[in-house]
Design a protein around this ligand. Sequence first.
Ligand code: IPM
Ligand code: MG
Length: 369
Amino acid sequence: MANPSLLILAGDGIGPEVMAEVKKIIGWYGTRGGVKFDVSEDLVGGCAYDKYGTPLHDDTMAKAQAVDAVLLGAVGGPKYDNLDFSVKPERGLLRLRKEMDLFSNLRPAQCFDALADFSSLKREIVAGLDIMIVRELTSGVYFGEPRGIFPDNEGGRVGINTQRYTTNEIRRVARSAFELARKRSGKVCSMEKANVMESGILWREEVQWVHDHEYPDVALSHMYADAGAMQLVRWPKQFDVIVTDNLFGDLLSDCAAMLTGSLGMLPSASLGAPMANGRPKALYEPVHGSAPDIAGQGKANPIATILSFAMALRYSFDLGTEAERLEKAVEKVLADGLRTADLMGPEGGKPVSTAEMGDAVVAALDASL
Ligand code: IPM
Ligand code: MG
């Protein structure tokens, strides 16, 4: 059987630096960990625009459709702020999500014990936290039509975006949340704004429909997204799986990320329908952005991207044991006190660079054999 294939799109800013550490780990699996991957690389975001005049070349799109999984770093930077909206770096990422139809975005927020004091919340609120945000990723206000900036009839302009969801779009992401809940603590909280938005009413009704007809064994609750944001910082451990739309998921997942101590810790998996080989269409990326202010200085934390690769092992390649091995290796280097700049709290620790953090994870993998 052919080796599983990966396409690496490191992107902009700290993307290439953190991805360099993931390449070490992929290399480790090839030589010592017993899983060889066929790896190819290409450009996305600002670097693709610089070379091709588009943030995602059609050839790159075609490659992404053909591989078993895409690993993405980050896109964007101040250099591209004034580009036309249609060629902004972010459009490359959004095109991948849309054309691969990656409707289910899994964003786990897990608080590692070694970092519990580093959260902006009290240790007892976050210690042991393990929640999963399932964000709808291919619809809603990110893609709804009509959209644009138009002249209004008072001599000014009007900016328009459209929040739009269909039954099918809501039901398929709800199913993926319920499936995850069955493997976890059997609890889903759905978040919308049904008090002010019709699309929120439909969301609530369709999630409830999927529950009643297909997953009556899972405990389902509903919450307005603003109250959900408040509850996330008040008592996050009340949640297990949260399912929400594209825009609310964007906000709530940044909020949940900070509970864990640093945005530099949060991985994500974006999954679509199964391909002919049974594996889901998949893209894995850290939740953090390109952090242009620290790019190229060896300060970035590679853990979110490393943990995104662990998610690839679990969700694309059914290698749950290997995913756990990698997650334990990360846990070990954190317990040993290794800290990139973003993790330097009042309690101190051993300051390390991006590359030193990656090397330490590889060493911990070695020690796990
Ligand atoms: C994310 C990011 C993206 C989003 C940007 C970079 C387009 O914030 O993945 O959360 O808004 O979805
Ligand atoms: Mg975001």
